[in-house]
Design a protein around this ligand. Structure first.
Ligand SMILES: C[S@@+](CC[C@H](N)C(=O)[O-])C[C@H]1O[C@@H](n2cnc3c(N)ncnc32)[C@H](O)[C@@H]1O
Length: 435
């Protein structure tokens, strides 16, 4: 294989929480999409990098099969080395270009994950990706991929253009990335001086973007800001492309994380004031300053793309909301919420004692519309976890660090839980012994 920029400077990959099969399947279920079988499944990750997303997924799901493909042999070597250390035999990594991958694969996949790839490849590879996914996805399967989104990303694109020009073409990619960070730091400082921010409201936005460059790892800066290809798409443009390949969006995988939250009233407000323009989705993205989308796609159109409380009936719920005073509950992230409904309040206190285990919704709450709406609201704001019953097959979190966790801590200063949450070493040591 030819050397790629990712061989010259490996990308520091991380587990992406919302790509866990159980989370993708839950998002699909809540938005009326298909329901892959969660007892045993096959997962393909395209552009798996050093395996940081796939290794923990496979570790906790020994009954399922995992395949990772990446054209950077250096990244695949790292992934295989870590796999050998962990003696994991339900995962296979291939050093392959997407355009040649099909000949080396057998069968179909219930989940296909493509994170950090779509916007960063030429159009010919992007189209080959769609063809491969359409061919290899089961009829009930879920494809996840993310892409840089217009118009929010245009601001980041301007910073990219500036940094690309400023770092020139000489030096290694790492040297250029470090130079870009140095420049960005000076720009952020300049834009944050009081007289600069008074000069133009745009300065604050731009200062945040330059700060974003400084705060990230240089390998991210290299492959996001200095990459040869980086293309943002309007949502309508992306959806038309996907549909051309027979793939239909169900929902964003991060719909209940801060990055993906949309004000539920916004589409209606735009509609009622005739402000949708040619595409409601694009207008919502314009007003929300959306920079990234994380769609889950399938071969079938979703039965009801908006959430319905009737989808909650068979689900489980878990909550770490701590009662702090009558009717008030606090999430570990510090956010406090008032819950007025007495039955829901009693259920939350019960769930807090059970955490991190879950309980079937039907055993702790009646299914009245108002309670289900409140529960959905808490879930959509990331305050309680809804879970598919099959997710309870995952091993429970333990206070003991397992061999995967030990490897991850040494590798990147974090570890991954069975539900695919990334816990950083500092957070772990701060909470250890406080269970
Ligand atoms: C930005 S990294 C993302 C890695 C990982 N998915 C993550 O998000 O942490 C993009 C990955 O896609 C791989 N890649 C890019 N073009 C490719 C191609 N044509 N065939 C196979 N892999 C490719 C790169 O080698 C790199 O590891």
């Amino acid at each position: 294989m030819n050397q790629t920029p990712y061989d010259h400077l490996p990308y520091r990959c991380q587990p992406i929480e919302w790509t866990a099969p159980e989370r993708l399947a839950l998002a699909s279920r809540l938005h009326g999409g298909p329901a892959p079988d969660l007892r045993q499944y096959r997962v393909l990750e395209l552009g798996c990098g050093d395996g940081s997303n796939l290794l923990p997924m496979a570790y906790y799901r020994p009954q399922s099969e995992f395949y990772g493909i990446d054209s950077a042999a250096t990244q695949i070597d790292l992934a295989q080395h870590r796999q050998t250390q962990l003696k994991q035999d339900n995962i296979r990594f291939f050093p392959l270009d997407f355009c040649q991958a099909d000949d080396h694969l057998e069968g179909k996949f219930d989940f296909i994950i493509v994170h950090g790839v779509f916007s960063w490849v030429p159009d010919s590879v992007r189209d080959a990706l769609f063809v491969l996914c359409q061919k290899r996805l089961t009829d009930n399967g879920l494809l996840y991929l993310n892409y840089n989104t217009k118009p929010g990303w245009n601001i980041r694109g301007m910073v990219r253009d500036y940094l690309l020009a400023h770092t020139g073409k000489t030096g290694t990619l790492q040297q250029r990335a470090l130079q870009a960070q140095h420049t960005a730091s000076k720009m952020a400082q300049l834009l944050s001086q009081p007289q600069a921010s008074e000069a133009h409201p745009f300065s604050t936005l731009l200062a945040n973007e330059f700060r974003f460059v400084c705060e990230n790892h240089y390998s991210y800066v290299a492959h996001e800001f200095l990459a040869e290809h980086n293309k943002a798409y309007w949502r309508s443009e992306f959806m038309a492309l996907a549909e051309h390949y027979g793939l239909y969006p169900i929902a964003d995988a991060d719909y209940n994380y801060p990055s993906g939250k949309v004000d539920a009233a916004l589409p209606q407000q735009l509609l009622s004031q005739a402000l949708t323009g040619p595409s409601l989705e694009d207008s919502v993205d314009l007003i929300s300053y959306r920079q990234l989308h994380t769609p889950i796609l399938s071969k079938q159109q979703a039965a009801h793309p908006s959430m319905e409380t009737s989808s909650l009936i068979d689900l489980h719920v878990a909550s770490c909301l701590q009662p702090v005073q009558p009717h008030w509950y606090q999430h570990p992230n510090g956010y406090q919420v008032e819950v007025k409904n007495a039955q829901l309040a009693i259920a939350l206190e019960h769930l807090f004692r059970l955490w991190p285990a879950s309980a079937p919704i039907a055993t702790i709450l009646d299914q009245s519309q108002s309670i289900m709406e409140d529960l959905l609201l808490l879930h959509n704001n990331g305050l309680v976890e809804l879970r598919l019953p099959e997710a309870s097959r995952l091993p429970p979190d333990s206070a003991q660090l397992n061999p995967l966790n030990q490897q991850e801590l040494q590798w990147g200063g974090y570890f991954t839980t069975a539900s695919h949450q990334r816990v950083t070493a500092d957070l772990h040591s701060a909470t250890a012994g406080h269970a």
